[in-house]
Design a protein around this ligand. Structure first.
Ligand code: SF4
Length: 90
């Protein structure tokens, strides 16, 4: 599909378009997430990391939509700010 991961469930004859739904195509999103749910944790993490590190703003990666990845990034930033406010930067 979108990464170099070749043994993933999304690589087993699934239409790649399924992973690039419009935001209101809920059934497609649900179906893609079900497939991602079959992905092993290491592969799923690689997939999610690929999307977040490359700022991918579309598609489902690591079982998350772009909107969900944005929420995750915000939560991580917030956690980091809280950490820095307690521990300080080093
Ligand atoms: S998590 Fe990524 S690699 Fe795994 S099935 Fe979903 S889109 Fe494919």
């Amino acid at each position: 599909m979108k990464t170099e991961i070749t043994n993933a469930p999304c690589q087993q004859g699934v239409d790649p378009e399924l992973f690039f739904p419009d935001p209101t195509e809920y059934e497609k999103i649900r179906e893609a997430k079900l497939i991602c749910g079959q992905c092993d944790a290491v592969t799923k993490n690689k997939c999610l990391t690929f999307a977040t590190e490359n700022g991918v703003q579309y598609g489902i990666f690591g079982g998350l939509t772009d909107h969900e990845r944005q929420l995750l990034r915000r939560r991580e930033k917030k956690k980091y700010r809280q950490y820095v406010s307690v521990i300080g930067e080093y």
